[in-house]
Design a protein around this ligand. Sequence first.
Ligand code: CP
Ligand code: NVA
Length: 315
Amino acid sequence: MTIRHYLQFKDLSADECAHVLERAAHIKKKFKAVEKYQPFADPDRTLAMIFEKASTRTRVSFEAGMYQMGGSVVHLTTGDSQLGRAEPIEDSAKVISRMVDLVMIRTFEHSKIEAFAAHSRVPVINGLTNEFHPCQILADLFTLAEYRPASSGKPLDAFKGKVVAWVGDGNNMANTWLQAAELLGFTVHVSTPGGYEVDPVLAGISNRDCYKVFKDPREACAGADLVTTDVWTSMGFESENEVRREAFKRWCVDEDMMRQARPDALFMHCLPAHRGEEVSAEVIDGPQSVVWDEAENRMHAQKALMEFLLLGRLA
Ligand code: CP
Ligand code: NVA
């Protein structure tokens, strides 16, 4: 059987993405009803989580999710494993994947997770690389479909024709939004400071019609169904902090920017957030913000993703 990895958003087809989102809704319903759902209990399945960067949400959502599904978790970091002592990633992949059923990795260059996956006997999930953050966008889309469902009830219909405004850095989140837009048929209005633009080649998209570039972030927000942003300085780029703080000054999502969007527009942020930098406190703590549901939905979406990668399509 071919091993399926989830390294980029486009590693699932649109149809598979719809399936995972439907399962996420089903699994969330059970969680809310305090109903046991333990498909990983017998035989017991183990997830190895490898963190080369800090995390709160990704760690808690994968770890809690795996235990809730009846499985178990092994947690590794660069500092407490041989990864920090230059054991080749390929050797680590060969060893770790002989002992567990699934691996989640948060690391720096995307090429690192690709090298791991190429030598892994089990599915590998991207828990964030410099280039992509697919689990986050899966959760964001799940949240969007929950708040603004299509009349057909089909999750993918909730995205068709929608406008998502991306304000800020052309980073891993922005790249992943572009992949989702290309796959699922919506448009991203991107506004970044000069020098921080998205690169369609790096984002891995071939249809450039799935996004439009705006110099003025307010124009990017005009008519948007969803306004979203992220930190000005991503993990691994801390030495650029001061330069970025200056360059991104005009890219703070505030109430004025939100007023350009549709009156029923939502605000999302993958978190952690810096109030007063990429978003004002009034917006992130205001009525249009859905960031807490978005964060919780990481767990439900990833439970559905793990179920799909380990057990295939369940009805
Ligand atoms: N959004 C997100 O991935 O959060 P963490 O860095 O806390 O995992
Ligand atoms: N772009 C951010 C996302 C954090 C969840 C980073 O890579 O640090």
